[in-house]
Ligand binder design. Structure first.
Ligand code: COA
Ligand code: AMP
Length: 627
């Protein structure tokens, strides 16, 4: 493998097949692939492997059975556990056996709606072991969202636990699961529920199984060979409509890309400890809590807690020092939350950061102020890097493992080897350095990126339509004179709230179902803690009184339909929404106002008074003369 970032980038683009076939050597194959990219099929189409074998069994076979594979650190339950590779193999094999006893086999879908506990990780690996396709659903989504995923993935089984724990609150999962199952048209054969001591759930006879009983009566299941192009998982993410997109990840490319990234981006070696403080419900959790570190033979840390309040803003540093974490990954929001509680960094000074080498940030833009504060406090490289659920692993980063240490606050670094990165204008022409444009990636995308959208061929195709030969990321940005990539925000209606990806279009659809609402617009407003928060503007139907409790009703509706993660806290009732003459809502102008910018009156506006009224309600200035 090439030694420097420049060499690696150049060779990854000049001969991608050769580059990735060499990288494929870091994975144990049943049939080692001879082919790189095959149009219409994916990467390593003639290869067979098992992802779970690569994450677990092979480390035991290599004599590392007594090395720690998983650390479970749960300040919310006061639990700390270390699980070695021998034990991990036993737990995963038996969990796989439990699934097999229920008739789950290769290609079957399994929904996992579970909190941040070791059994969730066992369940994901168990699915991979028997070739079943898992679809993990984030705990912060409400029952209708879970139901949508059940209907789309058509799973045979749903795995869950009796509760999640959010800070100090116990959140019973079973009522939510039962509600989702009632809403869904697809009938699930088996629900397997893990009873946690904090909350006991009622089981439905015939359909529901007690996890512990099923597990204890199961025998170990062996790894099933799967084609490199067989799906490992489906992960739903927000699109621009109310229907989530089921991102499909293939086994082979995923294993190769993650192995490569662990070593060359993060610079992590087998035996080191890697902690991604995210949630297994998000892509970061899939790639860098579960699969990446384990495939690379690292110890992974599973953290059930929050950056603050569990118990305080020192919890990250305490965990890092207690477990000798080498590489740490979190979202900028988490650092902002810590800084808010501990602006002087007293916890960091008191506790230290042990042998931590670097901290990586992603999930949303890392504002320079936060990044520089962290770097000053921690005295190690703090590296912003950019990626998406669709891509599965970082596409723009500083590749620490390739010896690169160049950083510039406000930039996510440089294109990662394998990603033929470009910034294009609306007509598809490359823009000059410094000029903003659409961030796109040349096709074929490297291994590990999504291969399709589940049940949605057209949706997948749309991402490759606007710019010939390129994948459209949906982000806008620029490359500066020194080649640093700066990602500035989305070009569509997706927003990132505390690192959680949401669609404003979806929130609008939910609000529009309220009987009093005629129409509405939801935009992302800048927020000092969460980066962005949704802000809704709603018009009531004529003849309906905008009662005081209306805003509260709308907030509750969004919470019930989408989930608490939507974090909608403010609804502004207005007489009209600003529109163009052709009836399009001027969301960009509203967004500008909400974010305190002195926006002009767009020349195409039909009803300038509506914009002025919004400006007045937000107490910002509207300049009628500028455009
Ligand atoms: N299960 C159930 N509910 C969840 C949940 C989960 N897994 N995750 C979040 N929620 C709920 C929260 O309890 C909260 O509910 P509330 O409105 O009843 O209080 C709501 O969803 C919003 O959650 P969040 O945005 O996380 O806000 P918060 O106030 O609870 O915490 C931070 C604020 C900054 C501590 C938190 O946002 C955080 O840790 N951010 C980092 C995010 C991150 O790591 N993202 C991963 C992307 S890489
Ligand atoms: P998700 O699919 O949930 O990982 O969200 C992906 C989106 O988050 C991207 O399209 C970006 O809009 C945003 N994002 C992720 N990482 C970064 C980053 N480092 N800088 C700016 N935006 C980011």
């Amino acid at each position: 493998m090439s030694a420097t970032y420049e060499d690696a980038y150049a060779s990854s683009l000049s001969d991608p097949d050769a580059f990735w076939l060499e990288a494929a050597g870091a994975v144990d194959w049943i049939e080692r692939p001879q082919s790189g990219w095959t149009e219409g099929r994916g990467w390593f189409a003639d290869g067979t492997l098992n992802t779970c074998y690569n994450a677990v069994d092979r480390h035991v076979a290599a004599g590392r059975g007594k090395d720690i594979a998983v650390i479970y650190e749960s300040p919310v339950t006061g639990t700390r556990q270390q699980i070695d590779f021998d034990t991990l193999l036993e737990r995963v094999s038996l969990t796989a056996g439990m699934l097999k006893n229920l008739g789950i086999a290769k290609g079957d879908r399994v929904i996992i709606y579970m909190p941040m506990i070791p059994e969730t990780l066992f369940a994901m690996l168990a699915c991979a072991r028997i070739g079943a396709i898992h679809s993990v659903v984030f705990g912060g989504f409400a029952a209708p969202e879970l139901a949508k995923r059940i209907d789309d993935a058509a799973p045979r089984a749903l795995l869950t636990a009796s509760c999640g724990i959010e800070g100090g609150r116990i959140l019973p999962y079973k009522p939510l699961v039962d509600h989702a199952l009632a809403l869904a048209s697809h009938r699930i054969e088996h629900v397997v529920l893990l009873q946690r001591p904090q909350c006991v759930a009622e089981l439905v006879p015939g359909r529901d199984h007690d996890w512990t009983e099923s597990y204890e009566t199961a025998g170990p299941a062996a790894c099933v060979p799967v084609a490199a192009t067989d799906p490992l998982y489906i992960l739903y993410t927000s699109g621009t409509t109310g229907t989530p997109k089921g991102v499909v990840r293939q086994n082979g490319g995923h294993a190769v890309a993650l192995a490569w990234s662990m070593r060359h981006i993060y610079g992590a070696q087998a035996g080191e400890t890697f902690w991604a403080a995210s949630d297994v419900g998000w892509v970061v959790g899939h790639s860098y809590i579960v699969y990446g570190p384990l495939i690379a033979g690292c110890t992974t840390l599973l953290f059930e807690g929050k950056p603050v309040g569990t118990p305080d803003a020192g919890t990250f540093w305490r965990t890092i020092t207690a477990h000798r974490v080498d590489i740490f990954f979190t979202a900028p929001t988490a650092i902002r939350a810590i800084r808010k509680e501990d602006p002087e960094g007293r916890f960091i000074q008191d506790i230290g950061t042990g042998r931590l080498r670097a901290m990586f940030l992603a999930g949303e833009r890392a504002d320079p102020d936060t990044l520089l504060w962290a770097e000053q406090q921690l005295d190690i490289p703090v590296i912003d890097h950019w990626w998406q659920t669709e891509l599965g692993w970082p596409a723009v980063a500083t590749c620490l493992g390739l010896g690169d240490r160049r950083r510039r606050a406000g930039s996510a670094g440089f294109p990662v080897p394998g990603f033929r990165f470009a910034v294009l204008d609306d007509d598809g022409a490359p823009v000059a350095p410094g000029a903003s444009g659409h961030m796109v990636i040349g096709t074929p995308l490297p291994p590990g990126c999504y291969s399709s959208l589940w049940n949605n061929v057209e949706g997948y195709g749309r991402a490759f339509q606007s710019f010939a030969g390129h994948y459209e990321s949906g982000d806008a940005g620029h490359v500066d004179d020194d080649g640093f990539v700066h990602i500035m925000g989305r070009t569509d209606d997706i927003i990132n709230v505390a690192g959680h990806r949401l669609s404003t279009g979806q929130i609008e659809q939910i609000i529009a179902t309220h009987p009093a609402i005629a129409e509405c617009a939801v935009i992302g407003a800048d927020d000092q803690l969460k980066g962005m928060i949704p802000l809704a503007f709603a018009v009531v139907k004529s003849g309906v009184n905008a009662a005081e409790e209306l805003s509260g009703e709308i907030i509750s509706l969004v919470r019930e339909e989408l989930g608490p993660v939507a974090a909608l806290k403010q609804v502004v009732i207005v007489n009209a929404l600003p529109k163009t003459r052709s009836g399009k809502i001027l969301r960009a102008a509203i967004r500008g106002l909400a974010n305190g910018r002195d926006v002009g009156t767009p020349p195409t506006i039909e009803n300038p008074g509506a914009l002025a009224a919004i400006a007045a309600s937000l107490q910002v200035r509207l300049n009628p003369h500028s455009t």
